[in-house]
Design a protein around this ligand. Structure first.
Ligand code: THU
Length: 136
């Protein structure tokens, strides 16, 4: 499954907005919900490095703030020889907020790989029994 061009371009545009003065590593993300609306995110760093936030989480948190609850596709893009692979913290957030979405991991040349939330995080942390866990 290749990444839809419009979603990829939205993530590429978001990547240009990255605030990454420390790592100089720009990441873009775009999430599409069932209605077709796209929410974007870029990584936002901080002089207190641990406060930095990844592009995936910025996109998914903004999706929640925009009252978009049914993500169907998430695209993440960075400039790497192969496709980007989300960090552990983002995997946990993706699992909770975009569990049923197709997740396209990409690089800036357009290479993409489609995975699921469970592919990324097969044994997620939950506060409750799996079947009771909150969904989007
Ligand atoms: N980063 C992301 O935005 N997403 C990822 O999947 C991995 C890492 C950001 C965090 C930080 O601003 C920079 O990339 C270098 O780690």
């Amino acid at each position: 499954m290749t990444v839809p061009e419009d979603l990829f371009q939205a993530a590429m545009a978001a990547r240009q907005r990255a605030y990454a003065p420390y790592s100089h590593f720009q990441v873009g993300a775009a999430v599409r919900d069932r209605s077709g609306a796209i929410t974007i995110g870029c990584n936002v760093e901080n002089a207190s490095y641990g406060l930095s936030c990844c592009a995936e989480r910025v996109a998914l948190f903004d999706m929640v703030a925009a009252l978009r609850t049914e993500p169907v596709e998430l695209c993440v893009v960075a400039d790497l020889p192969g496709v980007v692979s989300p960090c552990g913290a983002c995997r946990q957030v993706i699992y909770e907020l975009a569990r049923d979405a197709v997740i396209y991991l990409c690089n800036t040349t357009g290479q993409s790989r489609a995975v699921t939330a469970s592919d990324l995080l097969p044994f997620p942390f939950t506060l409750t029994r799996e079947e009771d866990a909150p969904r989007s």
